[in-house]
Design a binder for this molecule. Structure first.
Ligand code: PNS
Length: 158
């Protein structure tokens, strides 16, 4: 039984995340989507709402569950849940440079490996921050967000 963790703050979850989680679920028997909250960060959505949006979006994927990660170490979360790997999407060399030190540190901490999946061409330019900015300025981001997330984003526009 191989178990992976897909971590993120998911503020909010978008189609690029969904694609990586779906591909992770093809590679592993179980995938836990871990919704993190760094209390020093300012989010658009509350922890419960981010969790709810992830559940609504990927609830139908076989072998995938969703858990709050809180603000502790990802490596500890992986150990607690018996995960063999962390799965992350890479959009560019910028992501690679940002992610590799964390991958090495997480392996040092608990031995958990990180598996990088190259982002699909359709989603290489996506980030939650970019989508929030474009949407709040009136741009159309419907192609990139699950329907329920788009609805919540519209009713939560600053
Ligand atoms: O969606 P994000 O905000 O890019 O997700 C970042 C996340 C949650 C994956 C990263 O910040 C993380 O791993 N946070 C947990 C804290 C931690 O373990 N820090 C040390 C990393 S070596």
């Amino acid at each position: 039984m191989r178990r992976a963790v897909c971590p993120g703050s998911f503020d909010p979850i978008h189609n690029g995340h969904v694609e990586i989680i779906a591909r992770a679920s093809n590679l592993f028997d179980e995938v836990i989507v871990a919704v993190s909250t760094n209390y020093a960060k300012k989010y658009r959505f509350e922890p419960d709402e981010r969790l709810e949006m992830v559940r609504e979006t990927i609830g139908g994927l076989r072998g995938v569950s969703v858990e709050p990660m809180g603000d502790g170490l990802l490596a500890d979360f992986c150990k607690l849940h018996g995960a063999d790997a962390i799965v992350k999407g890479l959009r560019s060399t910028v992501d690679y440079q940002y992610e590799t030190p964390m991958a090495v540190m997480n392996r040092h901490l608990t031995g958990v490996e990180t598996v990088f999946l190259a982002a699909d061409n359709r989603y290489m330019h996506l980030s939650s921050s970019l989508l929030k900015e474009v949407q709040s300025l009136g741009g159309d981001v419907a192609d990139y967000l699950p329907r329920t997330v788009l609805k919540r984003l519209r009713s939560n526009t600053p």
